[in-house]
Design a protein around this ligand. Structure first.
Ligand SMILES: *Cc1c(COP(=O)(O)O)cnc(C)c1O
Length: 494
């Protein structure tokens, strides 16, 4: 069995990809990376001749070499089955002279499904070796919680507990969570803010006494965080698969370079594009698009990462992030695996909130990555223009990327804009951008209005929530969250 992964901050301990997926984060706080990345590239002719599922098996087999072929095949079939509303899984469609890569056809209508439908299956296979049961605990400000619930629901040997701030998520987000089916899921509203929920989840993970009581019943707590190798690897698939789709549409010839523009928050999605390039995909540039929280744009421009700035609440909330954790992996590869450098940069970030990357490393990064940002005003105008001029309805996150792509000078390549959420997940802001006032309208009234205004149809995953039965109505104080997790473990793993 190959030990393949080690921390970005030290090469001392190597683990298998199964161990990396079960552990999530390395013990020293670093992220798991593999020095073999790119040693073996994918055969482009093979990728272009096959569909999403075969490419997913190929990508995962390369990045997670200790999984057996049969194990991965079963994971792929279960993760990308009938819960997707199109057989293509992640279809590419025209966007004027560019292309849209639609990543929102999964059960929760956002791109996190691509990874969170797969991660639970990978964890379940990995844990089968030692018999332990895994309870995922996560705090959500709205979107990730549902994607985690849906991904883990019904997966053998796992459970999932989600906390959200009471009264502080949208009607649709709340209904997505409280109607979740499955004997291994638990959902609880917390009287407090998202930060309260997240702070308490961190405390729960650090609670030794709780860990011991759970260990006595063979249960361990884990997170489904976006730094997990098991979330990153599945995202590489759609870069290769979208390229194959463009070849089949005769938009490009095999071997031509393509540019991707990615709405970026925690840097997971765009990092998967970097992995695809290392695995042999002809990528000209990766364009990092930010909203008003433009810490990454500043970083790519100046070489200094500085999180000491105001946090902006925007209409693209999944990109409202000041620390893009997965950037650490890019720094590792761009510095040729300089663990000492990464350790010291991350220590500076923790202590001072700022670090500066040496020029040689920035040169390497800038040779591939471009960047740009969009204000809420830019975002709204882009939604309106894209609808009026191209007849394509996009959500605010996608609009950030489209705005940035429009600002980047054309480079002669075909360009793909990643679309990370259905516009129907953000009905009110999309309507507002189209010039419709939404005062006093609830989410479902907005959904109806958006359908009427655009003659498009809301995805049944969202419109069906109206009739959904509320299965989870627990509300607790922050102090009771630990007890809630413990009783959920007792119920799920009796
Ligand atoms: C999470 C998310 C993003 C950001 O992706 P990262 O991998 O964190 O960069 C963008 N758009 C939507 C809709 C998301 O949910």
């Amino acid at each position: 069995m190959t030990t393949f992964y080690h921390s970005t901050r030290s090469t001392e301990d190597s683990v298998t990809s199964k161990q990396a997926i079960l552990t999530g984060i390395a013990p020293d706080g670093g992220l798991y990376v593999s020095d073999a990345l790119g040693e073996k590239t994918l055969d482009l002719a093979t990728v272009c001749a096959q569909g999403f599922h075969d490419t997913a098996r190929l990508v995962l087999g390369t990045l997670l070499p200790d999984y057996a072929e049969g194990e991965l095949a079963a994971c792929v079939d279960a993760a990308y089955g009938a819960q997707w509303d199109t057989e293509a899984v992640c279809p590419v469609t025209p966007l004027g002279t560019d292309w849209l890569l639609e990543l929102y056809h999964g059960p929760t209508c956002a791109f996190k499904d691509v990874a969170l439908q797969m991660l639970p299956r990978l964890m379940s296979v990995a844990r089968a070796g030692d018999g332990r049961k895994i309870m995922i605990v996560t705090a959500t400000s709205g979107d990730t919680g549902k994607a985690a619930l849906d991904g883990f629901a019904g997966v053998e040997g796992t459970g999932v507990t989600v906390f959200y701030p009471h009264g502080k998520v949208s009607d649709i987000q709340r209904l997505q969570m409280v109607t979740q089916l499955g004997g291994n899921v638990a959902v609880c509203a917390v009287r407090g803010t998202f930060d309260d929920c997240q702070g308490e989840v961190k405390r729960i993970f650090a609670d030794r006494a709780l860990a011991e009581r759970l260990a006595a019943r063979d249960v361990v707590l884990s997170s489904a965080n976006s730094i997990n190798v098991g979330r990153l690897a599945p995202q590489v698939t759609y870069y290769f698969d979208s390229y194959a789709q463009l070849v089949r549409r005769e938009a490009i010839k095999m071997g031509d370079e393509v540019t991707f523009c990615v709405p970026t928050g925690n840097f997971g999605d765009v990092l998967a594009g970097y992995f695809a390039k290392r695995l042999g995909l002809p990528v000209r540039r990766l364009v990092v698009a930010s909203n008003a929280n433009d810490v990454l744009t500043d970083f790519l421009t100046t070489g200094t990462y500085d999180r000491r700035r105001d946090f902006h609440k925007t209409i693209s909330p999944s990109m409202d992030i000041l620390v893009s954790s997965n950037l650490e992996r890019l720094l590792y590869y761009a510095s040729d695996g300089d663990c000492e450098l990464i350790s010291s940069l991350m220590a500076e970030l923790a202590e001072k909130g700022v670090y500066t990357v040496p020029d040689r490393v920035m040169g390497e990064i800038r040779s591939l990555f471009s960047c740009g940002s969009a204000t809420d005003e830019d975002t709204r105008r882009t939604i309106l223009d894209t609808w009026r001029e191209l007849d394509v309805l996009i959500d605010p996150h996608t609009a950030v990327a489209k705005h940035v792509l429009d600002e980047v000078p054309a480079d002669g390549t075909e360009r793909v804009c990643l679309s990370t959420a259905s516009p129907y997940k953000f009905c009110s802001d999309v309507l507002g951008a189209l010039g419709v006032t939404t005062d006093g309208m609830n989410d479902f009234a907005c959904m109806d209005a958006l359908e009427q205004r655009t003659s498009t149809v809301a995805p049944p995953q969202l419109s069906g929530l109206r009739a959904g039965e509320v299965l989870h109505d627990d509300v607790c104080d922050r102090e009771r969250m630990g007890a809630f997790v413990e009783s959920a473990c007792a119920r799920v793993f009796l």
